[in-house]
Design a protein around this ligand. Sequence first.
Ligand code: BMA
Length: 831
Amino acid sequence: MLENIRILSFIFILTFLISSCERAKVTLELSIDNWEFSEFGTNWLPANVPGFVHLDLFNNNLIESPFYRANESNVQWIEEKKWSYRSFFEVSSDILAMDNINLVFSGIDTYAQVYLNDSLIQSCNNFFLSYSLDVKSILKAKNILRFDFQPAQQIATEIQNNATYDLPGGERVFIRKPQFHFGWDWGPRLLGCGITDYVKINAYNTPQIIDLYVETLSIVDSTAVMKAQVELSDWASEDFIIKFNGNNYSINSLNNSFVFEIKNVDLWWPVGYGNQFFYPLNLTLENIQGDLLDVVSEKFAVRQIRLIQEPDDSGKSFKFNVNDVDIYVKGSNFIPLDFFHTRVDSNAYRSALNDAVRANMNMLRVWGGGIYEDDYFYELCDSLGIMVWQDFMFACGMYPGDSIFLSSVEVEAIQQIKRLRKHPSISLWCGNNENSEGWHRWSWQSNRSEQEKNDLWNDYQSLFSKLLPDLVYSLSSTDYWESSPQFGRGNPKHQYTGDAHYWGVWHDSEPFEEFQNKIPRFMSEYGFQSFPEMDAIDLYSLPEDQYLDSEVMLQHQKHPRGNKLINEYMARDYKDPQDFESYVYLSQTLQARGMTMGMEAHRRAKPYNMGTLYWQFNDCWPATSWSSRDYYGNWKHLHYAVQRAYKDLLISTVQSSDSINFYLSNDNFIDQVLTLSIEHVNYKGVTIKSINKKINVSHGKSVLIESTELSKWISSIGIDNHSYLDIKLNDRSKLVARKLHHFVKPNKMNLKSPSISFKSEKDSLGFIIELFSNTFIKDLLIRSIHDGRFEDNYFDLPANEHRRIRFFNKYPMDTFNENTLTFFSLVDTYE
Ligand code: BMA
């Protein structure tokens, strides 16, 4: 056995500070690496921690990628097996000599017995918990750490079988494992196990500051009153001194906080409303003898965020207010960036969140069927000014209410609230996703006795109306919202009060235009599916798989009626696509068209409506789904459309049988006089008629700026199929907003095949591609072989206009190879 012992990577963090009174603070940390895994103790193979068993099997060439073709079905056996992970590691005498030695780990997926040197030190049963276990008496110079996993599915089924009632949601709701692991309508079922976070030894001698929370109590006349709360690893019966900003504050186990003021305070704001300012937080901990015990260097932000719900004539407002300013929320719903989330590195988070800001979003909702994201996600949201609506991890089910379940959730909630409360981006805690709607509207109550219904609803309330809100309000200054949505779309109240998930479009096949009629106070979900880019499809399928009903395409389309619904909507607005590639393109264009109608309608309804979060921002694997950004990070047509529809200044139009109304939504643009021009232009670029007028743009308002008879623009004979209105808003000569209004649906447009000329030039940020066409082009997609991104894509190009688009190259390059540019537009789908 001894030969097997390998010295593991040794991260030795030594902080050696000599205080005035000659005591030293020493913290040592050892990262436990070099892992092996096996199926129930046989044939140990190299493994990665953090990681998942599927990834380890793949890395050892024992399975093919579960994301490729129809492999998901070939790897289902993995969920039935018992897997073990182990590491042999050595510990230095410096660590062993410390007073306190803890084994620290988290993200254990999900049922594991943990053995250190053959002593059972922990039984894990909640993926969302972190552990810090005292191992001082067990740890030696040479050690074996082992995690023996039980199949989660089997345990879930056992608990379900022993439960008094079956619960909506099935076996998954009985266990605290990310709920989407059991399969979702956009994701695969890949149940396995793994240690999904780092495992460490942490050793120290003196009391440590293990938690520090700085809360904004008030902001009045540029003076903020702040409260700092300190938690120590152990509170001796004495007082301690915190030194901060030149002051000394006395703390002890009964009074562990102190209050301080900041004059001329710089605040943290959501993006678009101001800067994201942070104050350094350097403090030291001493005992009353003056010995230095610990030093903390962090940062904090000053801000107040409230969810405002005031009764009004229609119902109740639902709006976020930051530092006394009402924020119009523009954003999306976020799911894990990878089914195997341990593969999401800081670059992947950065790229995704930058894409949120680029698309002019100011909020993401971390959806309750996924995971509490990594610290880095929230740090980025803090620094980018993205507000986070944070669900607790419960979705689409009813959950147990027994004391074992509730006490596990209690620890989970305490840990997660304390971890996340220091992030200024955290704007709301929400109990669950669609559990209340499901209970009241999805026939979950049918065939249940009165007793059973009472019991299940009482269980719901113990968790979501009592335990979670009590914890959120006692541990943080963030507001709590019981369930998203408050009312389902079957209840008319969803339009007047609370947040809404409006799925009449998609699930009920209602026309996109219904988005204009069903406007809630805050839209927290609405969506429509599309296929990912062709290049992305090529990565998970072979050419012979590339038709709608192939086994591979169907395995990557998890919604049972998905393709049928896409077909149905496509037939309403578009001509039949001639091949698979045209279908893929059209599915995205259809999605963008429909979703934009929703976004524009919500923004027009401001301040009645104060937010729009579409479903869904991203994918966790390559699939046909509601996302605007695919698994590989490609922007679908929708993401570009969102970028336009979420701009602070937005022109939108509504055409009825005899009139057209023109609206301006202004979220954050100064009061100003601008020039509105409406030009009636044909597909050859000839202006038929135009009007110009000055308009007053009011900050933060959505207003009607013009209303005209339809007959002003087009003949009474019929609807025009070869011209459109080009609506522009100019600040002197600077174009600040633009919209093309089409009189007819895309299938009625009389489009001609364009001939596009183009040239490129290098500039300091990338390359400028200049495009020119002699005829109007609808939904022009530009592709290039170069790695990078176009600042805009899938746009309408008027005839005779020199349109300049920037290309941001990912890697250094001197020239842009124009010959590799390719173009695809609506007319190519049927001609
Ligand atoms: C929403 C979500 C998810 C689901 C999506 C699409 O309501 O909360 O549960 O994936 O609908 O059906």
